[in-house]
Design a binder for this molecule. Structure first.
Ligand SMILES: Cc1cc2nc3c(=O)[nH]c(=O)nc-3n(C[C@H](O)[C@H](O)[C@H](O)COP(=O)(O)OP(=O)(O)OC[C@H]3O[C@@H](n4cnc5c(N)ncnc54)[C@H](O)[C@@H]3O)c2cc1C
Length: 471
């Protein structure tokens, strides 16, 4: 049988796209790259995934797993060769089991993140992973990229929220590792190999996730500060005053909010002339008056010490959502403004100010009038430090002329301060060539050994994350 006939017999002809418009699966979220798929296959069960992998392996065809295709490092679309199969996980969306006493939830990999938050909520519980793309990204994609988001400060990233996995290996075997245990020291932690591997080692088909008691009250505040130093001082005060109640701490520079004002005028971010703003969230197991007192004490101390200039506190859930909406619209506003050079860096919080001062200056010297969209999860030491062409400069020309030079300035500075060139988005193909310059050589060699051992035929998302034979 041909590969096509085998795939059709495994999942049904209706779920193997062969020609026609496959754009939704071939174009990356930022519309920077367009690949070409041989076929797009959409299995509905783990057994079907296993059969698809076995057939692709037998025919020597590589596989690109895809969830919501919201990844930002060009890892979920096929290359341009027209020889790769895209394996879409979108039909695998069953909620398999919720165990409220164990605070755990077992779901299939194609479940959309927001659906899982809603399932937890309907049981009076919380699944805290939260990202701007939560309406379309899938839990399989979240785990494969070890996604971060806005609640890492308190609950950790996707890795820390996962208790067990079910995986189809590169040989088409099914590893049933859906443990719901919080303690299990019976050898190597295999799930941690697959989490964050961006589909290069196997296909995550299901996961058991941690749930938490839902907080009684959640309050959000927006504070304006004169400089980044003010944001960092507010963070320290927030840790002292709110302790584990501090569940979000996001910063936004003036230009990132200006983009939201321009492209989403109905969101009307306040504090128009403020150089920086902080979005801060408090989740409290007690009632809202207790939370309000905690937040009031924090903001009074911050105003008194001159860390912040002004602040507003949400008075309702709707107001809180509106404030978060402003923060979450920055990525979309940037996309509307035009192509830019994105960075997703992390540093010890103590090094952030030095990084921003030095890098802002170096980039201005490189390109006069360059515009910096600087925002992100300051509480985790994670900035989305994005570089936009000067006003009036053609975006494409800017990228062609400056992308490599800008990346070098940013990444060298990150390296010199002990940071990472990818905090939460992953490596994909976008940062494939850069990684060896900024990661320990022994670590790279161990990564290659793992890849060769688990996927000796290199059929799982090849040329993503790690180059096997770098030139
Ligand atoms: C507006 C916006 C905001 C964002 N905010 C954040 C943020 O705050 N934090 C953050 O970390 N990311 C963020 N992202 C990036 C992105 O949403 C995350 O990386 C998300 O986890 C990707 O999920 P997905 O289902 O879309 O995966 P995809 O984009 O489809 O795939 C991502 C990678 O995982 C692999 N993969 C997907 N599913 C599987 C599977 N089941 N098994 C094996 N491999 C698989 C793919 O091959 C690819 O390498 C944002 C993106 C957008 C567009």
């Amino acid at each position: 049988m041909t590969l096509l006939e085998e795939l059709q017999s495994h999942v049904g002809s209706a779920f193997v796209l062969t020609d026609g418009d496959k754009t939704a699966f071939e174009l990356d979220w930022r519309k920077r790259q367009q690949g070409k798929a041989l076929y797009v296959v959409s299995p509905q069960t783990t057994q079907e995934v296993a059969m698809v992998v076995k057939s692709c392996l037998a025919h020597g065809v590589s596989i690109v797993p895809q969830g919501g295709n919201t990844g930002l490092v060009v890892g979920s679309i096929p290359d341009e060769s027209g020889t790769q199969v895209v394996l879409s996980m979108k039909r695998m969306k069953k909620i398999r089991h919720i165990d409220a006493s164990n605070l755990s939830l077992t779901v299939e990999a194609g479940c959309v993140l927001q659906t899982l938050q809603e399932v937890a909520q309907s049981h009076g519980l919380l699944f805290p992973l939260s990202l701007g793309s939560e309406g379309s990204c899938t839990i399989g994609g979240n785990l494969s990229t070890n996604a971060g988001g806005t609640q890492v400060l308190r609950f950790g990233n996707a890795r820390e929220l996962c208790l067990g996995l079910e995986v189809v290996t590169a040989q088409g075997e099914i590893w049933s590792g859906l443990s719901a245990l919080r303690k299990d020291n019976t050898g190597y932690d295999l799930k941690d190999l697959f989490i964050g591997s961006e589909g290069t080692l196997g296909i995550i088909t299901a996961a058991t996730l941690k749930l938490f008691p839902a907080p009684q009250s959640t309050l959000t505040a927006l504070a304006s500060t004169e400089d980044l130093e003010g944001c960092i001082r507010l963070l320290k005060l927030a840790h002292e005053h709110l302790s584990a109640g501090l569940t979000g701490f996001e910063v936004m520079n003036q230009f990132s909010l200006e983009l939201v004002r321009t492209h989403f005028p109905n969101l009307a971010p306040p504090f128009e002339s403020s150089p920086w703003c902080v979005l801060l969230e408090l989740s409290d197991p007690q009632d809202s008056s207790h939370a309000a007192t905690l937040l009031e004490n924090l903001l009074s101390a911050a105003l008194e010490q001159g860390a912040v200039q002004d602040a507003i506190v949400s008075k309702s859930l709707a107001e809180s959502k509106q404030l978060w909406h402003i923060r979450e619209s920055i990525t979309l506003a940037q996309a509307q403004e035009g192509l830019n050079i994105k960075h997703d860096i992390s540093l010890p919080v103590s090094q952030i100010k030095s990084f921003v001062e030095h890098t802002d200056r170096a980039l201005e010297e490189l390109v006069e009038g360059v515009r910096l969209v600087n925002f992100g999860h300051l509480g985790d030491g994670n900035l989305h430090y994005n570089v936009q062409a000067p006003r009036g400069f053609d975006h494409k020309t800017f990228l062609t002329q400056y992308e490599d030079k800008v990346n070098e300035i940013v990444y060298q500075q990150v390296k010199s301060l002990g940071g990472s060139i990818s905090a939460e988005h992953g490596i994909g193909s976008l940062k494939l060539k850069s990684l060896p310059n900024y990661k320990d050589a022994v670590a790279l060699s161990l990564m290659r050994s793992i890849k060769k051992s688990l996927d000796p035929d290199n059929i799982m998302n090849p040329n993503r994350v790690i180059e096997l034979n770098p030139s």
